[in-house]
Design a binder for this molecule. Structure first.
Ligand SMILES: *[C@@H]1O[C@H](CO)[C@@H](O)[C@H](O)[C@H]1NC(C)=O
Ligand SMILES: *[C@@H]1O[C@H](CO)[C@@H](O)[C@H](O)[C@H]1NC(C)=O
Ligand SMILES: *[C@@H]1O[C@H](CO)[C@@H](O)[C@H](O)[C@H]1NC(C)=O
Ligand SMILES: *[C@@H]1O[C@H](CO)[C@@H](O)[C@H](O)[C@H]1NC(C)=O
Ligand SMILES: *[C@@H]1O[C@H](CO)[C@@H](O)[C@H](O)[C@H]1NC(C)=O
Ligand SMILES: *[C@@H]1O[C@H](CO)[C@@H](O)[C@H](O)[C@H]1NC(C)=O
Ligand SMILES: *[C@@H]1O[C@H](CO)[C@@H](O)[C@H](O)[C@H]1NC(C)=O
Ligand SMILES: *[C@@H]1O[C@H](CO)[C@@H](O)[C@H](O)[C@H]1NC(C)=O
Ligand SMILES: *[C@@H]1O[C@H](CO)[C@@H](O)[C@H](O)[C@H]1NC(C)=O
Ligand SMILES: [Cu+2]
Length: 570
């Protein structure tokens, strides 16, 4: 398909270029139908009936330009509640279209539908969309690519080709059964059986070789690869044999280009890389496997591959050349992860908020609940796993979404007392945190922000149960990552390490294992915005909170009215 498209491009390149400028110069409105449905899919020798959008796995790639408007009608023909989140889209004034269930909307129930309407405002690069209901995003996801406006271009030479590389995670089981079983027992959910690239596990897995994804290239090109980590529960290293990657963007923000052999992405994160096909014509594996920082826990340690194939590669009569295999960092190579994340810079000097109005300090980590009387629990010490921010395990409301309750002034759905600092200060990263601190408190608490306030958040990992790198995502916002480090954040000495000149802008930050990260943003988008760990196992356990950003002055600083078809909870 890719090569067909290329032929066409060759024929009509100049003509199309002109047409493009002429017809599409203005912002467009794109209409799409997403039918959520059961679809039989065979992977790892077995067919499962999975939930897809339009029968496609991964789901359809949306390609838009900065400034375009998307109107996506989602029709739920599956047996589960569903919502769709447009990961990384700012959703300025359109929080109703953000998607997390019971936060900005009630779920679209089986048989129901809801139309998401939003405009892309000042963002360019690679984002993605995914279900935000239970663990449906295991199979309900796709790329959302934002091209520059018609009269503008990339801040790097125009690549010859572009390809999305979506990393996923596959269970040889129904992922909803997996999470429901874990919720019932209190233990860790079963680990996955494979990772995938564009939906395929690749050569190293049983019954997968003939379907391995092939990305065709020609010698001497520079191509753009848009890598997305859509896995549920694992941060991933990604590398390509024989080819250096020039990182040019992440989470739909451009970066100062730098070259590397390996990148690390937490779930939710994207990274745009340029590769130059300057190697002997042949076949080269691209591969991804886990970066795993937790202790004493099992994880999926398999490796997914796709093949970068030079079209001029020698083609022996019987068997294609065996691809060259890259080297990947060890699973626990925190040094490699950290070397990558600390290399990211904005392309030039940026406007980092400095007069901080809200100086917040949030712990992120796991915990254990005592097993309810009369039950047996299969977490550590016979307890139930939990997780929290500032010791609050986020509990979703049931009768109204938080945004609906806020907008209509309905009491009793949430409280506004999420703590600005941990309720107890302790040595967060000690290997011996007192067990008296391990039990978290459930709550539906939000933190209120005035419109336009300058916010700084120190995100501090704790070693309770186990230290771990947590990919923390904020809905509705991009933020600057001004610093990260290991151990306990020290407000005396660590502020000196802040990069207030050219820090990277992202929507998801990988908070270092037994360490911290500091982020800053301006609260310029009214609504209710979930902040959570993007490891789904952790959000299931409560590693989340929400910001309630108040309206400012005038229409342009005010949340729009809810759409008439917004789903109700009852
Ligand atoms: C989880 O794994 C256990 C052990 O292999 C298996 O018995 C159980 O059926 C699995 N659960 C699900 C939901 O697949
Ligand atoms: C792959 O198939 C082989 C041979 O049938 C079997 O021994 C092995 O357990 C399978 N591996 C996986 C990961 O299923
Ligand atoms: C993956 O984990 C399994 C089970 O712990 C182990 O037997 C196997 O050696 C590991 N494989 C790799 C590549 O580390
Ligand atoms: C990483 O794992 C290896 C074994 O695979 C172990 O020898 C090493 O100590 C581990 N490193 C860290 C930092 O945990
Ligand atoms: C590791 O986990 C096992 C099983 O949950 C538990 O029995 C053991 O005590 C744990 N070890 C440590 C050092 O936490
Ligand atoms: C939510 O619904 C339940 C069951 O209908 C009811 O008991 C409860 O009072 C409701 N809560 C609110 C806040 O309306
Ligand atoms: C762990 O903490 C307890 C109580 O705070 C203390 O008695 C014990 O000596 C500590 N153990 C280690 C290995 O630091
Ligand atoms: C969390 O709150 C519970 C209940 O108040 C308390 O027992 C526990 O020590 C607290 N833990 C932390 C880390 O604040
Ligand atoms: C589906 O959504 C409805 C409300 O919209 C809720 O009452 C119900 O519990 C949800 N079902 C599941 C399985 O979460
Ligand atoms: Cu986490």
């Amino acid at each position: 398909m890719e090569s067909q498209r290329n032929l066409k491009t060759l024929f009509s390149c100049a003509f199309l270029g002109l047409l493009h400028l002429f017809v599409f110069a203005a912002a467009e409105v794109q209409y799409h139908d997403f039918v959520v449905q059961e679809t039989p899919v065979k992977r790892l020798c077995k067919t499962h009936s999975i939930i897809t959008v339009n029968g496609q796995f991964p789901g359809p790639t949306l390609e838009v330009k900065n400034g375009d408007t998307l109107v996506v009608k989602v029709v739920n023909k599956a047996q589960y509640n569903v919502t769709i989140h447009w990961h990384g889209i700012r959703q300025l004034r359109t929080a109703w279209a953000d998607g997390p269930e019971f936060v900005t909307q009630c779920p679209i129930r089986p048989g129901g539908s809801y139309t998401y309407r939003f405009t892309i405002n000042g963002q360019e690069g690679t984002l993605w969309w995914h279900a935000h209901s239970s663990w449906l995003r295991a199979t309900v996801y796709g790329a959302l690519i934002i091209h520059p406006k018609a009269d503008s271009s990339y801040p790097f030479p125009m690549p010859k080709r572009e390809a999305p590389v979506i990393l996923g995670e596959w269970w040889d089981a129904n992922p909803i059964d997996v999470v429901n079983e874990a919720t019932r027992t209190g233990g860790a959910p079963n680990i996955s059986d494979a990772y995938t690239i564009n939906g395929q596990p690749g050569d190293l897995y049983n019954c997968s070789s003939s379907d391995t994804v092939i990305i065709p290239v020609d010698s001497g090109e520079t191509n753009l690869i848009r890598v997305i980590n859509a896995a549920l529960n694992n941060e991933l290293f990604f590398t390509i044999a024989g080819h250096q990657m020039t990182v040019v963007g992440a989470d739909a923000s451009y970066l100062k280009p730098f070259t590397t052999n390996v990148i690390m992405l937490g779930p939710g994160q994207t990274t745009d890389v340029l590769i130059t096909t300057n190697q002997p014509p042949g076949r080269y594996y691209m591969a991804a496997r886990a970066y795993f920082s937790a202790q004493n826990a099992s994880f999926d340690n398999t490796t997914t591959t796709a093949i970068l194939e030079y079209k001029s590669a020698p083609c022996p009569a019987k068997q294609p050349l065996k691809p060259i295999f890259p080297s990947l960092p060890a699973f626990n190579d925190t040094g490699a992860a950290s070397a990558f994340t600390t290399s990211l810079r904005s392309p030039s000097k940026v406007n980092v908020p400095t007069d901080i109005d809200e100086n917040l300090f949030f712990t992120v980590g796991l915990g254990l609940f005592d097993c309810p009387r009369g039950q047996t629990c299969s977490g550590p010490n016979g307890k139930r796993f939990t997780a929290s921010m500032n010791n609050v395990s986020f509990a979703l409301p049931r009768n109204f979404s938080i945004l609906q309750a806020h907008h209509h002034g309905i009491n009793g759905v949430f409280t506004t007392d999420f703590p600005a600092v941990p309720p107890v200060q302790f040595d967060y990263t000690s290997n011996n945190v007192s067990q008296a601190l391990w039990q978290t408190v459930p709550g539906t608490k939000v933190y209120k922000l005035k419109y336009g306030s300058n916010v700084q958040i120190v995100l501090q990992d704790t070693s309770i149960v186990t230290p771990e790198n947590h990919p923390i995502h904020i809905h509705g916002y991009d933020f600057y990552i001004v610093a990260e480090g290991f151990g306990n954040f020290n407000s005396q000495t660590d502020t000196g390490k802040f990069n207030l000149v050219d820090p990277p802008m992202r929507n998801t930050v990988a908070v270092p294992v037994n360490g911290w990260a500091v982020i800053r943003f301006v609260a310029d988008n009214p609504g209710v915005w979930l902040m959570h760990c993007h490891l789904d196992v952790h959000i299931t356990w409560g590693l989340a909170m929400a910001f309630l950003v108040e309206n400012g002055f005038g229409e342009l600083q005010t949340l729009e009215a809810p759409p008439v078809d917004l789903p109700e909870c009852f």
